[in-house]
Design a protein around this ligand. Sequence first.
Ligand code: PA5
Length: 449
Amino acid sequence: MIMKNIRLEISKAEQFLAADAVKNMEAEVKAANEALENGTCPGNDFLGWLHLPSSITADHLADLKKTAQVLRENCDTIVVAGIGGSYLGARAVIEALGNSFEWLVNDGKNPVILFAGNNIGEDYLAELCSYLKGRKFGVINISKSGTTTETALAFRLLKKQCEEQRGKETARKVIVAVTDARRGAARVTADKEGYKSFIIPDNVGGRFSVLTPVGLLPIACAGYDIEQLVKGAADMEKATGTDIPTTENPAAVYAAVRNALYATGKKIEILVNFQPKLHSMNEWWKQLYGESEGKDGKGIFPAAVDFTTDLHSMGQWIQDGERTIFETVISVEKSQHTVLFPHDEENLDGLNFLEGRRVDEVNKMAELGTQLAHVDGGVPNLRIAVPELNEYYIGQLIYFFERACGISGNLLGVNPFNQPGVEAYKKNMFALLGKPGYEAESEAIKAKL
Ligand code: PA5
């Protein structure tokens, strides 16, 4: 089997930069990649993701697949409870690989995969519990800290309903925990109840955890090939290592170009797809880059759009608005199905000239036309060509973005692996809700209201 790689094209972005701007960054980018490899960068206690793909063992994958099989055999629906890094990666992969409609209905072969624990919407939770009534559902409870409000709340509801509906003994079989090895409520509950559990390594942060059981277990439950996913990531690990010349390392080049653009005032990066299946991949990417780089008063703002859908809403702004943006387009080269543009007797829409042509050809011309228009409009464009949406290339894409994110954060001069800013709202929320231990914060907030 010939495996191509995903490819990065930068010429339509480079033309907005001074000649040699990227080449001149070569030494700096090389050092940024080496700082990851040598563990000399800020946040170096969170580098467990760096060689994760190549270190995943066949035994570990077999254990994940065995657990997934237990859930698949005993559940028509699996609810994945988790938020942020404990949620977005699994959703991104499952949606990218899945049938656009069938992952929400049980097709007799695969369970329905639902996501919860990622919001505090009362209606969402009420409707979820109501949907699950009478269903043979199981739960994957994912939380590294085990203290995240959204996930803990959903898990309380789901555990109770699962035990009531399916009995305590079956519930023990169909509830699985993915959490810290020793600490947190999810660990304590899993040990007490005797749930099967998997460990999130201490040195892998949430947004870099999709290739740990956080992502691999739900993806295996959905019926996808986690070996190929990991293989794709491992091949990209090789292709982005420090032994690869920087100019031939796609992650290094992507990190260099986006930082060079940022230095010229392009403060917003828009991740673009032309396949609705990649919507959640955009969401995963936004967290990866937003949480890694947005700190110390710096960082490219990661935005995302689904084209051509959003060309009819955001297209105007992108074409003509403030020139502080650049785009990175994920371009999928091969569709999995064939649909031909249909003939219409009356031709009222004037589209019969497309009759008999592949819909994907129309989509590709929309993509090319958009790139030309946006570049003409002053929007630098990068393009990531993905041969097709399968486990292997998605694995490559995930690792490519992770590695580039680490390099990019080092270039920017931030710690890409912490997220101190996300605590601020939690502190206020707990103070407002009267959590014991938050009395001082509560007084300070009252003075502001
Ligand atoms: O990237 C991160 O660290 C966060 O998005 C976390 O993954 C998220 O807050 C969930 O945390 P936890 O897994 O501890 O419940």
